[in-house]
Structure formats: C-alpha cells, structure tokens
Design a protein around this ligand. Structure first.
Ligand SMILES: Nc1nc2c(c(=O)[nH]1)N[C@H]1C(S)=C(S)[C@@H](COP(=O)(O)OP(=O)(O)OC[C@H]3O[C@@H](n4cnc5c(=O)[nH]c(N)nc54)[C@H](O)[C@@H]3O)O[C@H]1N2
Ligand SMILES: Nc1nc2c(c(=O)[nH]1)N[C@H]1C(S)=C(S)[C@@H](COP(=O)(O)OP(=O)(O)OC[C@H]3O[C@@H](n4cnc5c(=O)[nH]c(N)nc54)[C@H](O)[C@@H]3O)O[C@H]1N2
Ligand code: SF4
Ligand SMILES: [Mo]
Length: 688
C-alpha cells in the first residue's frame, strides 16, 4: 500500500531547469487539443497548445488555457473523505485511502452478493480519456455484474441517426472544410464549442465561401456568418425536408450518385414532396424566402459542406432530424469532393480495441439490466427495481441531468450508498457517502481519440498528483484487489492500459510516443465511390433497421414533446446551450472563468420581456410544471421571439436559489437513441 501512495515517479526532482511534457486536453470537446506543459521543480508553470499538432495549431480555448488555475484551485479534493452530515450537505471528515477502500469494497460486496444489479456505475465524459473513462472501471463493474449504464446524455440520438444513415459516426475530415464553398453550421456554436473547426470555416470564408448558421439563437458564430436562420427549436427536420423539396422540383440532384450509392430514394422523394417551403416556413417560424434561397445555394454550390452538431438533436425528433440532414449530401453528390458532405462526429474512424480495454467477457454470460443515464432521476426513485449503490465518476449528474429536482431527491435517499470520484466538491459530490479525490490530466496517464478530428493523442503525467489524489483506474484496481478479483487484467497499470487501447499495428504507437499524436489512415473523400459502412453499403435514406423496430424507415419531422406555441400556460420555448467559458458544468467553479460568465442568465427577446414587464438585468422566475429556477434576465438580440436561452450549466449551489436550468428540463427521450430532450422544454417567465 505504502508504495502505491508515493508520488508518481514522473515528478521532477531536478533542481531548476524546466522540461516540457506532451499531453492531450481531456474535455468533452470535439477539438481534442494537443497540450505542452512546462514543468519546473515538479510544478506546472505553463500550459500551451502544441504548435506541432495541426488541429491544435498552438491555440487553446480560454477555458483550458486556465487549466493550471483549475489544477491548483484551493477547492481541489486532496484526500479521501467520509460523510458526517446529512445527505447532500457536503459535510465530510477525512479518512485514509485504506479505510475508505476497505469499507467501499465491503459494502459493494455485500450488495453484490444479494443482487449485483443493485450497484450502478454512473460516468460520462468529464475526461474523454480511454483509460480514466472506459477501462479498469468497466472491467471492475463487468466482473461485479453491476447494472450497465446506457450513456445517452449527449449524443446518442444524432450518433445513432448517423449509424442508420451513413453507417457510423463518420463523415468529412474536419480540415477539408477549409476548401468548401458553402458551409452550413447546423446546430452548433462553433466559436464557443468547436473553436478549432471555426479556423477552417474562416479560411474557407477568406477563400470566398458562404457561411450559413442554422440555430434558434443568434450566437457569436451566427454573428460572423453570412446568414443566420433562426428556426424554432426542434424544427430542423422540417427545414431539411423543404430543402430536399426544392432540390427535387428544381432538379438540383445528382441522379447518378443517387442511383448508385443510395437506398430508398423513391420513399424519401415522396416524403420530401410533402414539405414545400411554405409548410416548413410555418413550422420553423422563418421566412419562406430564406428556405428557398438556402435550397438554391445548397443545390448549386460545389463543394457544399455541413458541420452538424449535437445542439439540434436534443429534442423529441432529434434522431429523425439528424437523419434528414445526413441525407442531403448524397442528393447533390456532395460526397464526390473531399470538401463536400457532412460531419457530425469523427469518433467512428478510430480502431479502438474496446474489448481489450473494457473486458465485457468478465460478465461471463450474465446479462445485467441497463439503466439510461438520462433518466437517472426516475431510476433512483424507482422503488420496484432499486439502485442500492451508485458509483459516480467523470460526471456531475445532480447538475447536468434533466429534471434535477428528481435527481437530487434520488441522491438524497438515506438508503442509497453513494461513492463519488471527483476533482472538486460538485453538486453531486455533496451527496457522497465517500468522496474520493481524483487526479487531473496533468497528473495521470491517458490516451485519447477525438470526435472532431482523426488523430490519436497520448497524455503523459506532467506532475505528481496533488495531495492524495489518485487516478480513476487506480481506484478500481484497488477495489478489485480488495474484492479478490484474481484476473491478471486487474493488475494492469495506467500506462499498460494506454498501450492496450489499440491493437498492435492499428496505429503508429512509436510516433504517438515521440510527438504526442498520430493520425489514423483514412481516404480523402470517404464516400466519393459510395462504400458507406451501412448494411447495404449505401447511404440509407430508408433504414430497414429502423423499420424493423416499428419506427418510420424514412426521416420525417416529429414535433417536439413540448412544441413552441402549444401551451398558453408555458408559452416560451427554452433552450439551455453551453456557456462559452464553462464546459458543461466543468469550470463553473474556476474563479476567473466564472467572472466572465457573471451570473446564471436567461436571454430573452425585447418583445417577450416587454410584454412581461421584465427589464434588462432584472431577476426573474422561470418555471413550468417541473420546477422553478431564479436567474437574471438579459434582454438580448440573441433571442428570437418565443424562445429563451437559459445559459448552461451552472453548479446548482452557485446559482441564486440552489437550482440551475435543469430544474426545468424533462426526462422525456428522443425518437432514436434514447437521448435526453434538454432543448424541448416549455416555460413561463415572470419578474421577481
Ligand atoms: N465552451 C464549451 N464548449 C463545449 C461545451 C461546453 O459546454 N462549453 N460542450 C461540449 C459538448 S459536451 C458537446 S456535446 C459539444 C457539442 O456542442 P453542442 O452541444 O452542439 O453545443 P453547441 O455547439 O454550443 O451548439 C448548441 C447550439 O445548438 C443550438 N440549438 C439549440 N436547439 C436547437 C435546435 O433545435 N436546432 C438547431 N439547429 N440548433 C439548436 C443552440 O442555440 C446552440 O447554439 O460541445 C462541446 N464544447
Ligand atoms: N440543460 C442542459 N443540460 C445538459 C446539456 C445542455 O446543453 N443543457 N448538455 C449535456 C451534455 S452535451 C453533456 S455531455 C452532459 C455532460 O455532463 P457531465 O459529463 O457530467 O460533464 P461535466 O458537468 O463537465 O462533469 C464532469 C465532471 O467530471 C470531473 N472529472 C474530470 N476529469 C475527471 C477524472 O479524471 N476523474 C474523475 N473522477 N472526475 C473527473 C469534473 O471535475 C466534472 O465535475 O451534460 C448534459 N446536460
Ligand atoms: S476544451 Fe476543446 S478547444 Fe479547449 S483546449 Fe480542450 S480540446 Fe481544445
Ligand atoms: Mo455533450
């Protein structure tokens, strides 16, 4: 035990010369930047983007350029702690690692002997690292036979839509956007959340490309595009179908590409012809002429590219909408050119050996139940199928999961044993029975893929862990030992886990070690000759796999669960997009970044504010049948009439009344992918 508690051997013991350590940004961001940390006397003194990595280009976002401030924050958790106050009060006393781990192993073991499925691991992408996010933890819970977690909270509606349509999370290469002549930025605030893509979009613009932003909010990105289409939330499929309608009636189609490389054209054609621009204009709440003009641009500009992002799939019909958009490039043959097509996520191109990392074989034929993380509130309050223990890491569900009053009530259950691995005292940490201090990216090993570009990155520890912080993999290794799990895989070190993430020869590991990153070998224009990784090898306008589930095989517009304008009581549609200086709820506690964001804000259009007597800067009450949230109103040109923006995601305890926007969001799910519907939410607003 004593040796494993010693600071890692990577600590700098030399006196003064500084050295640099190559790493990777761990955050849930498509850009996966390459980092260079300068270390002197064991202290991280500078963190920069790696100029040698083309996708990073030496530039980091504001958030991560403050990573050392976050790492060295006075509130970092530095020792294991045990609850001493009421559930949720965040009152703890320090304990030794041995005491904490012995007790946790004993309690999880006792539950597992009766009913292993009563144990639930809850994790997401606090770090995107394959080692600290999906290796030893998965092995541990597989061996235990714990409930499986359906990791839906972000991207499954759109991700599965891409699977059904294109055959995977695949598409254009991000750098190819720089040579596009028309770019639709669809459901994404690139400047805020995909900064390194925005560089390519700007390069394209300088070379004469036209940029169109499709987003209910007039974002910083919309400000800088040639055109902004401010559609109502959850109406993207109607817009996409109307574009198809125009492509058909003006014959801006690539008949040859459609005939050779697509499936279900007749059915899609029939569906699209039901969506003249006038009909879509009424549904989307935008001028008909804007739709007609966009269709002309898309039908007549080569090459045309679509940067689709997850902002448009957090509504009931999010899966169908992503499918509709993903059909567009095949209609005009955009895929023939490397700078034409669509990209939602590139994560499907990486040959990760997940079986080696996660070892699902340790389930040994058992088939535990699966719990959807997006409905964790209901799951924790379900007395018929109880969750008796929850182990949370890489996530802050009390702040980020929908309908948070129920999530908080679930975590407050006296009979729930909660273990939280965290770097900081988050809203979720407050509910822990044991709160275990986690290392940061500067302190542990990891290996990363990306969902924006197509490189693999290695992260070496730059400094020793602060205090007694330990990596997630270390904690699960130690728990496995205490539970008597004898398989040799439970002894793999974090560095060994890095090396087992890819099969030998799948990537150039020597290059990865030498320069910190290596590219996956890929074709320039992936679908120029068809060859989609679908069952048919074609772009599937019609999906037999969806039809087999009793769903519509052809994409259509599905109105929101809570359509704008459908309720007199709650007349405003609320979306809750990310704040630029937070990453989900991460960084909300970093003083310098919170200073930029100020306070929890609701952006509201001047007309909607005036009719309610709300002045700019006034405190307001935002509410619906699920809850009430107090915040400050900003009368803003960014908001269109009928739509308000509750900027996310604050820690509840840093808000005005101990709530955040998720007090208002619902646990209803998407059409495809069982995803959350954060942006499908009606509210009313009144001055306080
Ligand atoms: N700074 C920052 N960067 C981030 C994040 C963050 O929290 N902060 N989050 C990261 C994460 S987890 C993710 S998943 C990625 C992906 O990022 P996304 O989840 O796509 O987030 P954004 O790019 O901000 O795009 C959301 C945009 O979608 C718009 N939107 C909302 N509803 C609709 C709709 O119905 N239709 C359309 N067309 N647009 C809609 C919002 O107004 C917002 O501008 O970003 C990552 N990057
Ligand atoms: N209303 C609303 N809600 C949303 C969204 C929205 O747009 N609107 N966005 C949704 C989306 S897209 C997502 S992806 C989810 C994200 O939800 P989460 O995945 O829960 O993301 P974060 O809030 O960033 O919390 C991640 C936590 O992991 C911790 N962490 C980081 N690295 C490590 C580590 O190595 N070890 C351990 N033990 N902990 C670590 C961080 O300190 C942080 O507290 O939120 C969703 N919720
Ligand atoms: S959050 Fe995104 S843009 Fe910022 S450093 Fe990390 S990967 Fe790069
Ligand atoms: Mo996300």
């Amino acid at each position: 035990m004593a040796e494993t508690l010693a600071p890692s051997a990577t600590a700098d013991t030399a006196a003064s010369p500084s050295r640099t350590v190559l790493g990777a940004c761990p955050h849930d961001c498509p850009d996966t930047c390459a980092l260079v940390t300068t270390v002197r006397d064991g202290v991280a003194i500078k963190l920069q983007g790696n100029p040698a990595h083309v996708h990073t280009g030496g530039v980091l976002c504001t958030k991560v350029s403050r990573y050392i401030e976050r790492n060295d924050h006075a509130d970092r958790l530095v020792q294991p702690m045990k609850r001493v106050g009421p559930k949720g009060a965040g009152q703890f006393a320090p304990v030794s690692w041995d005491e904490a781990l012995d007790d946790i192993a004993a309690r999880l073991g006792a539950i597992a002997r009766r009913n292993a499925q009563a144990v639930l691991p809850y994790s997401y992408a606090g770090t995107m690292g394959l080692v600290q996010g999906e290796s030893m933890d998965r092995r541990f819970f597989h061996k235990l036979g714990a409930s499986l977690l359906d990791r839906t909270i972000c991207s499954t509606a759109g991700g599965e839509a891409m699977n059904y349509t294109l055959g995977g999370k695949v598409g254009m290469r991000i750098e190819a956007f720089a040579e596009s002549k028309l770019i639709l930025i669809w459901g994404s605030n690139s400047i805020g959340s995909n900064l390194h893509f925005w560089r390519h979009a700007q390069a394209a613009k300088r070379a004469g490309a036209r940029l169109v932003c499709i987003d209910p909010r007039k974002t910083e990105t919309a400000d800088k595009c040639d055109e902004h289409i401010a559609l109502l939330p959850g109406t993207d499929a109607a817009l996409a179908l109307a574009l198809m309608h125009e492509l058909i009636v003006h014959d801006w189609l690539d008949h040859d590409y459609i005939a050779q490389h697509t499936l279900g054209w007749d059915a899609l054609r029939e569906r699209a012809l039901q969506w003249p621009p006038s009909r879509a204009a009424a549904v989307c709440g935008v001028p008909e002429a804007q739709i007609v003009a966009l269709a002309r641009d898309y039908g007549t500009t080569r090459p045309a590219a679509i940067r689709l992002n997850y902002g448009m799939q957090r509504v009931r019909g999010g899966g169908n909408a992503a499918r509709a958009v993903a059909c567009l490039p095949a209609l005009v043959g955009a895929w023939r050119h490397r700078s034409g097509g669509v990209l939602l996520s590139s994560s499907g191109v990486f040959p990760v050996d997940r079986a080696a990392l996660q070892r699902p074989d340790l389930l040994a034929g058992r088939r535990p139940r699966t719990i959807n993380m997006s409905t964790i509130g209901d799951a924790l309050l379900d007395a018929a199928n109880p969750v008796e223990a929850i182990v949370v890491y890489n996530s802050n569900p009390v702040a980020v999961a929908p309908e948070s009053a129920k999530v908080a009530a679930g975590f407050a259950r006296e009979d729930l044993f909660a273990v939280v691995l965290e770097q900081f005292p988050t809203d979720t940490a407050d509910y822990a029975d044991y709160l275990l201090p986690a290392t940061t990216q500067l302190e542990h090993w990891d290996i990363h893929t990306s969902y924006g570009h197509t490189d693999v990155l290695l992260n070496r520890p730059a400094i020793a862990p602060r205090g007694e912080a330990r990596s997630n993999a270390w904690v699960f290794r130690e728990l496995a030992r205490r539970m008597g799990f004898g398989e040799p895989c439970f002894s793999d070190s974090d560095e060994t886990l890095c090396r087992s993430a890819f099969a030998p020869d799948a990537i150039d590991f020597a290059q990865l070690e030498a320069q910190g990153f290596t590219s996956v070998r890929l074709p320039e224009a992936p679908f120029a000759q068809g060859d989609f990784p679908t069952p048919s090898g074609k772009c599937e306008f019609f999906s037999a796999r969806l039809a087999a589930q009793g769903l519509d095989g052809v994409p259509d517009h599905l109105p929101n669960h809570e359509p704008a304008g459908s309720s007199a009581e709650f007349p405003l549609a609320m979306i809750s997009p990310p704040a630029r200086n937070f990453l989900n709820s991460t960084f909300a506690n970093v003083t310098s970044l919170r200073a930029i964001e100020g306070e929890p804000l609701l952006e509201i259009n001047a007309a909607d504010a005036a009719s309610r007597g709300i002045e700019n800067g006034a405190m307001v009450r935002v509410f619906n049948a699920r809850g009430v949230h107090r915040c400050r109103a900003e009368v803003s040109r960014r908001a269109r009439p009928g739509v308000v923006h509750g900027m996310g995601i604050w820690w509840r305890k840093l808000g005005f009344d101990g709530t955040n926007v998720n007090e208002l969001t619902s646990q209803r799910l998407t059409d495809i992918g069982r995803g959350p519907t954060f942006y499908d939410c009606l509210v009313q607003v009144e001055p306080l």
